[in-house]
Design a protein around this ligand. Sequence first.
Ligand SMILES: Cc1ncc(COP(=O)(O)O)c(C=O)c1O
Length: 507
Amino acid sequence: MLKIKNCLKFVNIFKINTTKRHSSKLNTEFLNKTFSIITDYLSNLKSGKINVINYLSPEELQKEIDLKLSDKDTSDEEILELTKKVLKYSAHSGHQHYCNSLFGGFSEYALAGDYISSSLNGIVTAYELAPVFSIMEKEVTRSYCDFLGWTHVDTMFAPGGSLANFYALLSARHFYFPHAKTDGILGFPRMKIFTSEVGHYSIEKGAIMMSIGSKNVVKVKADKYGRMIPEDLEQKIYQCKHNGEFPILVNVTLGTTVFGTFDPINEIADICQRNKIWLHADACFGGSMFFLEEFREKVKEGMSKADSLSWDPHKVLSVPMQCSLFVTRHKNILLDCNSLGADYLFMKDKVIYDAKIWDKGDQSIQCGRHIDVLKLWMYWKAYGSAGISVKLRNALDNARYLAALANKHHNFELIVEPDYVSVSFFYLPNRFLNRERDDKFWEELDHIAPKIKADMVKRGKLMVAYQRQSYNGQNLVNFFRPIVTLGKSKDDMEHIINEIHEIGKDL
Ligand SMILES: Cc1ncc(COP(=O)(O)O)c(C=O)c1O
């Protein structure tokens, strides 16, 4: 009897909630309340009323928010309360004092683009599934390629810069060894890939995914600024050929992950041309610099010889994660390289439009592909290329200002003058000043940045990344590397210096 009663109770709860949840009417009340919570959050974020993070330990956080799932459903009111907590305890990358990652900042227009993409819940595989976005992807790519000076291109939006770089590796392998697509890489000469010793690890990950192997990614030396040394590249290519190995790709980094420096693409392009090697530009971080005419002019010669490029508009610009573009000047290579022509998806006999021109799905390494273009298009449309370049110039100016502040301050030591929006420096607590720079000094200094970072996160007033870096025959101990994304101010730069000094001076 008790059992039946319990059963009925369960059915009743289930009935009440499912009726509400499965109604054919839109739950506008819930959506409006959610949007209102988001809008409140964003205005508090913009006016600096909230901390950049409200840090709780994993144990505390699990007590604070009920994240467990169960058979039981949850009321709208409870979900809305949970939503507030989700926002409260997350890191706020749109905050003025978030300088931790290569992405950050915030734009209402780009955000609206993201909302709309999710509301449509579409994919960009076939024109009939994404008529507007199929054209929009072409238009956005064309505008960006105008900056590169490229006209006939093949392109793909990718879920992140690492995969945009992977498209380059796949394309280069296909260019030299098209049969590797079907036969695998056994039986072909040992393939080699060249990148700077401070290049992003996605190149090695790509080599692993292609079974080329991470050991076959040759690390070219960087100079004291972190730029690839062309002479070392040339010598390593010579050695590779001498060993009977086959260089398939040289990766130049335009905007390195830590120092934000630019490899000398013009000289490297000549080397690639002489040696007939695919030249890829990993401009995931630095690709936004193409909005500036003076930058385009500087790299024009190299770009005219390059084969492909990746760019992450989600870095530096305020376009939400993720939005990445791969572009190559080898028309049709993406289709040749990646297509399998699945009959159940990619029909070539469509009657109302030319599927060969408009259906991108078979050129991708994914099946369903998210609409990433809209948030970029909304952002670009709202500010225009001129508006974006003004914002970028302002960010570059702020980065130089931060470097100057670090240079002036006794407790800060700039590592390299910024080329871009990353500013790298050591912080020396008072007791380190005027000390002999022996091994003990560096060993102790290595522990300082992690300690400051821990306090920084607990205080919640700033987020800046720290790391070690080995290059050019030196092993730098832990140092800070704030990223000055768009929309920050001189006051924000001063805040970085003041907050680090406040936490660290007596350590
Ligand atoms: C130079 C460079 N290339 C590629 C990537 C990878 O980008 P994503 O994080 O979008 O995969 C990064 C990320 O930091 C990067 O700095």
